[in-house]
Design a protein around this ligand. Structure first.
Ligand code: KG4
Ligand code: ZN
Length: 333
């Protein structure tokens, strides 16, 4: 029996959530539109927005769940990885609130929380399972043995796949963040229209920086001959880029499944919202007898529901932190 408040503030979403006995009751997210005009998240502006949003967002989830602050048993917050200034707002708030209520603080690793988002709704995966964690900052294949036992089997050596989506979108003249726009445009395009070279990496590792360069050179050449090339081919370009990125992700995921002998497959992180990736996973699942787990859309991108459920699971393990824990922008896994 535990009532946990979860707080997420690692990047550009201020979010709070209440989890009662393992059930996530709500998940309030204040997104920051201010960054759109800069084509990326501006850390200083993100911190100021978090400062403005955190009190009303927390207040709202408590009221909505009919929970009095005194009913809370613990406060879970994102300790890292993320932007230092943004993490500072969430962690300072969590620390002061936990201190004033004299309840435990539960520091949470943002990327592990993306994985544990699978324990919010049914069906939930059984341990061990593999999780492809794909966000704007990370691309990892994990073997998840338990809530506190996750092993990295492979990861990107440079850009994250979300970053590759966003950079490709920028080359196409789309606004930030471009991932969801590529997804939308790709629905009406031919994934085989254009070919981009897939980078080869050893083991289960990834590299996504090369594809950005190959798209850039390809577009430069085509635009020289026809200045409307991008506009005329936007759907086919989006579909072909998306197809290449998904194909790179899936090649290693299939290899990981074979290597580990695990057929329980999960995806997590912002890019798991991608409809092409979801479709491809379902196809492979049918072909290979995989059991696929995809969180509800609201729990794919950054949210406090995943922090609250992590808080619940870590509370059971007694994994408490202290007021002296500083935020860790590059928190080790
Ligand atoms: O997990 P997340 O919300 O934030 C980080 O922790 O990074 O992931 C954000 C990333 C961005 O790169 C965004 O473009 C990408 O996820 N993304 C998508 C889609 N929705 C979000 N990429 C492709 N297709 C989508 N539907
Ligand atoms: Zn994230």
């Amino acid at each position: 029996m535990a009532v946990i408040l979860g707080i997420e503030s690692s990047c550009d979403e201020t979010s709070a959530s209440i989890c009662i006995n393992g059930k996530v009751i709500n998940n309030e997210i204040a997104s920051q539109a201010i960054h759109e005009q800069y084509g990326g998240v501006v850390p200083e502006l993100a911190s100021r927005e978090h400062q403005r949003n955190i009190v009303p967002v927390v207040d709202h989830v408590l009221t909505h769940a009919s929970i009095n602050a005194k009913d809370l048993d613990g406060i879970a917050y994102t300790r890292g990885p993320g932007l230092l200034g943004a993490l500072l707002i969430g962690s300072s708030f969590a620390k002061s609130m936990a201190a004033s209520l004299d309840i435990p603080l539960i520091p949470v690793h943002h990327m592990k929380a993306h994985v544990l988002a699978h324990f919010i709704d049914d069906p939930k995966p059984d341990y061990p399972f593999l999780c492809l964690t794909v966000s704007g900052g990370h691309t990892q294949i994990l073997r998840v043995n338990g809530a506190t036992d996750m092993v990295i089997l492979g990861q990107t050596q440079d850009d994250a796949v979300g970053e590759a989506f966003d950079k490709a979108a920028k080359l196409l003249g789309l606004p930030y963040p471009g991932g969801p726009m590529i997804d939308q445009l790709a629905r009406d395009g031919d994934p085989g229209a254009f070919q981009f070279a897939e980078s080869e990496m050893p083991y289960l590792d990834y590299s996504f920086s090369g594809i950005k360069t190959s798209i850039l050179y390809f577009l430069r050449k085509e635009v020289q001959q026809d200045k409307d090339f991008i506009h005329k081919n936007i759907h086919n370009l989006a579909a072909s880029i998306q197809h290449t990125l998904i194909s790179m992700l899936m090649t290693k995921l299939i290899k990981a499944s074979e290597q580990e002998g695990i057929h329980q497959m999960a995806i997590a992180g912002g890019v798991s919202a991608n409809s092409g990736l979801r479709q491809r996973l379902e196809q492979e699942a049918n072909k290979r007898g995989w059991n696929v787990f995809i969180p509800d859309f609201q729990y794919c991108t950054d949210n406090a529901g995943m922090i609250a459920i992590s808080g619940h699971l870590l509370y059971e393990h007694g994994a408490f932190g202290s007021i002296t824990d500083s935020p860790l922008p590059r928190m080790p896994f």
